[in-house]
Ligand binder design. Structure first.
Ligand SMILES: *Cc1c(COP(=O)(O)O)cnc(C)c1O
Length: 387
């Protein structure tokens, strides 16, 4: 093992089981390890590098801001923060944005908003958030509580109270959970990512939105993974034609720098008042400048390309030998393989393609602008690894 791997093993906390590759650099959808070996990147840092590694437009935007102002406290106005909020609201139909640094932190903001809203409107006993079984909402104590997978909970008791889980796509069960528990909100991922890349059924999502509206229970949509063009719409909720009360996002938003956002709809834009929520690094000018360069390019044409590439991957893999099924939306794709997913990912890595897993599936989250020839090459390698 190389010197660097030894240093990492000695000094970096043991929380990550790393693959045996040291990544040195990259360009677009290609990355290189310390031996010079080239890989096609089908994971993009878990859906973070939306336009790939060292994307020229993003680098220029970040560098320009870096030389001007790298940080300022939220006590003052800064241009990238304001302009990014405007862009996000105009493109998503939401009304206001709060910036933070990660997906979990964005979900914490969404949860606080729901509690604040319901306590004010209905009373302090309306604090429960209903989330779905098999969901994933983050690693903090509250977002773990929100996560509907018991195995994440066991080692960290007691978690934040006030979360109940109901089965996905079972509208009656979610309604009952919400009404029985005096729910403040229901939180969903339109496509369960860590849970195995499983889209929610459209009728369920529409029925849920309707129910939440009627009962004045907030609908929180966790778009940390599905957001920022990933599913072929700027936000996945747009594919379903619903209007969430709160949207949380992160991953692809910053194009590779840490940035999360909570987006508020008409009901919630004034819920959190001055002094009630904050984040020191939130709205960092460099992160926001990079995000503007990402968001500005997420237009109809790019979304059409995402959908086309998605259709290509589904068509190439569905029914292929060793493939039991393909699920997902846009360029967020899960492959149920006959072989264990981990073995397929390992074989892909040996053959120069980096993939992810989600539960028992191989998961693909390539850069949204991955060139077609690279995508085709990667899919050939993946198909080879499945048999
Ligand atoms: C990744 C993810 C999170 C957590 O994001 P972090 O930035 O790691 O805190 C939350 N929700 C969903 C749906 C995610 O995919």
């Amino acid at each position: 093992m190389s010197e660097l791997k030894n240093i990492d093993k000695s000094y970096v906390a043991n929380t990550y089981a790393r693959f045996p590759i040291e990544v040195i650099s990259g360009k677009g959808s290609l990355v290189y390890d310390d031996t010079g070996k080239e890989y096609i990147d089908m994971g993009s840092g878990i859906g973070v590098t939306a336009f790939g590694i060292a994307d020229d437009v993003w680098v220029a935007a970040v560098e320009k801001q870096l030389g001007k102002l790298q940080h300022m406290s939220n006590l003052y106005y800064t241009e990238p923060c304001a302009l990014l909020a405007k862009l996000l609201c105009e493109k998503s139909g939401m009304k206001k944005a709060f910036f933070c640094n990660s997906g979990a932190e964005a979900n914490e903001g969404a949860i606080k908003t729901a509690r604040r809203y319901a306590a004010e409107k209905k009373g302090p006993e309306y604090y429960t958030i209903v989330t779905l079984e098999n969901s994933f909402h983050g690693r903090t104590i509250s977002t773990l509580a929100a996560t509907g997978q018991e195995h994440y909970h066991e080692l960290f008791q007691p978690l934040t109270p006030g979360f109940v889980h109901a089965p996905a796509n079972d509208l009656e069960a979610v309604k009952k959970a919400a009404l029985d528990n005096k729910a403040a909100a229901v939180m969903i991922e339109c496509v369960q990512g860590e849970g195995g890349v499983i889209p929610l059924e459209k009728d369920f999502v529409l029925g849920l939105a309707d129910f939440c509206e009627k009962e004045d229970i907030l609908l929180l949509v966790d778009e940390v993974q599905t957001g920022n063009g990933r599913t072929g719409a700027l936000y996945a909720f747009m594919n379903f034609g619903i209007r969430p009360d709160v949207v949380s996002t992160a991953k692809g938003l910053g194009g590779g720098l840490p940035l999360g956002a909570v987006l508020f709809g008409e009901k919630t834009e004034f819920t959190l008042k001055a002094g009630e929520h904050a984040s020191t690094f939130g709205g960092n000018p460099v992160c926001c400048a990079g995000a503007i360069s990402v968001l500005e390019r997420m237009d109809e044409k790019l979304m059409a390309e995402v959908k086309e590439k998605s259709a290509y991957v589904f068509q190439a893999l569905e029914g292929a030998p060793g493939v039991e099924g393909v699920s997902g939306m846009g360029l967020m794709i899960g492959i149920k393989t006959v072989k264990p997913a981990g073995d397929v990912v390992k074989a892909c890595m040996e053959n120069g393609v980096l993939c992810l897993t989600a539960k028992d599936k191989v998961r693909l989250l390539p850069a949204l602008n991955i060139p077609m020839p690279l995508l085709e090459k990667a899919i050939e390698v993946i198909k080879g690894a499945c048999v």
